[in-house]
Design a protein around this ligand. Structure first.
Ligand code: OSB
Ligand code: MG
Length: 373
């Protein structure tokens, strides 16, 4: 196999960008997004990737320092050794002997895919199977100071045109904020995300959420508790959606077959890349399970790929694909702007966007380049 473009070097840029509003979830608060931006240099041109691992291992076991280390010390040597055998399609197989580290692998696959598509003049959307030119957008709202502050914030997002609102919940911040938003804004599309903050012992309490006609409850229980989610699903009228639990297309099929969820949040980083994310979509679509595109506070790079993914036919619910200004005073790329509650799918080659070189330089705190041996 020699149809790939060999990697000549990979640059790792650790970038720090302040968020416009601190984002609090049941697992912690972020005021600054620390992202790992990758630039792969190949014989046929460059490609960009973004690693969604967070600074601390609180959403999942992955975290930024570990991703950086596993990329430099364990993944890149394998990619360099593959030479011209390295294509985006082959990448997961080349890295398969390394267990886990899906966010790190996903970032590399994204960059290699971007380089390939730029060289071919094909967009991410066209390659992944997009059937729409724009996608419906929702917004994920963190846990603020008070119910009043939440209602104020939700009102602002609705005025901007978002088509669905997701509230982060945790024990002690669930029924009251949900009731307040439902009462104030009527029949909006409303859903909640618990980031695994509950246990099955909370089933009766969570059942009270049935009164609010939510689109879904996302990941109430721990990541590895498919059986618990199935038991909870049987006790609630509100559909259960899984995020953290869905680590591959195989797990998605398993979760659906045991009744652990009836909706799936697709995040490419969590499942090891955009190509596996398409397979998650395919498995769910075949089973009649709706999917939507999750988010990890991506810069414009990851956002471009997410919006392309969200344009696939099975993405029938609005995603956490919000506009750049919901996160940043200035994005790393040209901004994604909401029009009538939608973002346009980029049409240029590859991601269709690239980092502004001055902003990338200014916001990078650590940069290293790993050359091919
Ligand atoms: O659980 O969906 C989540 C952000 C970081 C980590 C986990 C999650 C989130 C979000 C934000 O909900 C979604 C976004 O990028 O807007
Ligand atoms: Mg989630």
């Amino acid at each position: 196999m020699a149809d790939g473009a060999a990697l000549t070097a990979v640059e790792l840029h650790r970038v720090e960008i302040p968020l416009v509003t601190p984002f609090r979830t049941s697992f912690g608060t972020q005021s600054v997004r620390t992202a790992l931006v990758l630039r792969v240099r190949t014989e046929r041109g460059d490609g960009w990737g973004e690693c969604v691992a967070e600074l601390e291992p609180l959403y999942s076991s992955e975290f930024l320092d570990a991703a950086e280390l596993v990329i430099a010390d364990h993944l890149l040597p394998r990619l360099f050794a593959a030479g011209r055998g390295l294509t985006a399609d082959a990448l997961a197989g080349v890295l398969a002997s390394v267990k886990g580290h899906r966010m790190a692998k996903a970032a590399l696959e994204m960059a290699v895919l971007d380089a390939e598509l730029r060289a071919e003049g094909v967009s991410f959307g066209a390659r992944l199977g997009a059937v729409r030119t724009a996608v419906d957008c929702g917004v994920s709202v963190g846990i603020p100071e008070s119910v009043e502050a939440l209602v104020e914030l939700v009102g602002r997002y609705l005025a901007q045109g978002y088509r669905r609102v997701k509230l982060k919940i945790e024990p002690g911040w669930d029924l009251e904020p949900v009731r307040a938003v439902r009462e104030r804004f009527g029949g909006i599309a409303l859903q909640v995300d618990a980031n695994a903050a509950y246990t099955l012992a909370d089933a009766e309490h969570l059942r009270a959420l049935d009164a609010f006609e939510l689109v879904l409850i996302e990941q109430p229980l721990p990541e590895d508790d498919l059986r618990g989610h199935a038991e909870l699903a049987a006790r609630l009228r509100t559909p259960l959606c899984l995020d953290e639990s869905i680590t591959s297309a195989r797990v998605a099929a398993e979760a659906i077959s045991v009744g652990a969820c009836s909706i799936v949040n697709v995040k490419a980083g969590r499942v090891g890349g955009y190509l596996e994310a398409v397979r998650v979509h395919d498995v769910c679509r075949a089973a009649g399970v709706a999917v939507w595109c999750g988010g990890m506070l991506e810069t414009g790079l990851g956002r471009a790929a997410n919006v392309a993914l969200a344009a696939l036919p099975g993405f029938t619910l609005p995603g956490d694909t919000s506009a750049s200004e919901r996160y940043w005073v200035q994005d790393l790329t040209d901004p994604f702007v909401l029009h009538d509650g939608r973002l346009a799918v980029p049409t240029g080659p590859g991601l269709g966007v690239e980092p502004d070189p001055d902003r990338l330089r200014a916001w990078t705190t650590v940069r290293r380049s790993v050359p091919a041996p």
